[in-house]
Design a protein around this ligand. Structure first.
Ligand code: CA
Ligand code: CA
Length: 327
């Protein structure tokens, strides 16, 4: 095995040719390409799959394999490539083979043809033995060419769905209790990290904390103090955890802005100051507080806010985050 510079000493540039010899594309082949040496030569590399063992055994991983195989003018010197997926004992579970690109496949032009294959990685696979063979038909040079040998593992990501609700959206009066529920669910295929903020400052200016916030499962930890709390941890596929807290509305005269605004954001996206509305907050509830002592029947200002809030509360708020894992 040897390497040569693309485009020098009659070695081809990084060009893709078809069976008529026409150049139909180029690729980023870098500075050099692999060639054979002598009558035949071989090179190998073993890729360790053990970091992805759990996902592989769950049948979640696909392998994308590709390479550019080529040769010189009308010579049938060629390269070929195999990817052998092996178990812990080295036994072959599956072998993908990229067939030689002969002179007829290239229309007798110097250049490359791309070979590619995607397979589900067989469960129990722990390594891939990649073997390149270079075979010479016409001496002296072994003109089996090979470039951009690739193996990429892919698996469906974890996906986090978050909802945030209050048990009322109509105006509350002093002394009323409101319960808030945040639900975090992993609807994807891999474990996913949670790093969020439960924003309570817009509620606690108008109401006293009675209980919580409490996580239903140790997978999600709620920071113990502060008007805003962090929600951190990780969720397995299918796992769902709720975080709840309950407040009691203060006497009207002791309230802040009379808007009980609470939200959940991703870490780093929490508002810098106490929110007075849900503007700019995707996962948010806004419960207005009515001055029932002063306006016992209808308060048109509060009514307008309540109508807007009911619209916001009628939907399901979803934030999704996707993560791609390769090995
Ligand atoms: Ca040759
Ligand atoms: Ca408020």
């Amino acid at each position: 095995m040897a390497t040569q510079a693309h485009g020098r000493n009659n070695y081809p540039a990084s060009v893709v040719v078809d069976s008529t010899g026409a150049t139909v594309g180029t690729f980023d082949g870098g500075a050099r390409l692999f060639t054979g040496s002598g009558a035949s030569s071989t090179m190998t590399q073993t890729v360790d799959l053990t970091p992805s063992a759990a996902l592989i055994d769950a049948g979640l991983v696909t392998a994308d394999m590709s390479a550019y195989l080529g040769g010189y003018l009308n010579q049938n010197d060629y390269s070929e490539l195999t990817y052998e997926f092996r178990d812990t004992s080295g036994g072959a579970l599956h072998t993908a083979h990229f067939a030689p690109v002969k002179a007829a496949d290239r229309g007798n032009a110097s250049g490359f043809v791309k070979r590619a294959e995607t397979i589900p990685v067989p469960p129990q696979a722990r390594s891939v033995l990649i073997t390149a063979n270079f075979v010479r038909y016409i001496a002296p040079a072994n003109d089996g060419y090979l470039d951009n040998i690739s193996l990429v593992l892919d698996a469906p990501p974890g996906e986090l769905q978050v909802t945030h609700t209050s048990d009322t959206t109509t105006p509350v009066s002093e002394g009323d209790e409101v319960t808030y529920t945040t639900t975090l669910t992993n609807t994807g295929k891999q474990r996913i990290d949670v790093d969020h903020v439960l924003v309570m400052s817009g509620v606690l200016d108008d109401a006293d904390l009675l209980s919580g916030p409490t996580s239903s499962d140790g997978a999600i930890t709620v920071s113990p103090t502060g008007a805003d709390r962090t929600l951190t941890g990780s969720l397995e596929p299918g796992q769902s955890v709720t975080v709840t807290f309950k407040v009691k509305t203060k006497p009207y005269a002791e309230q802040g802005d009379h808007q009980l605004v609470s939200a959940v954001t991703e870490a780093g996206s929490a508002p810098g100051q106490t929110p007075g509305s849900c503007d700019g907050l995707a996962l948010c509830t806004d419960v207005p507080s009515a001055d029932t002592a002063a306006v016992p029947l209808v308060n048109p200002v509060v009514g307008g806010v309540a109508a807007a809030t009911a619209l916001a509360a009628g939907g399901v708020f979803v934030l999704a985050r996707r993560r791609k894992t390769t090995a």
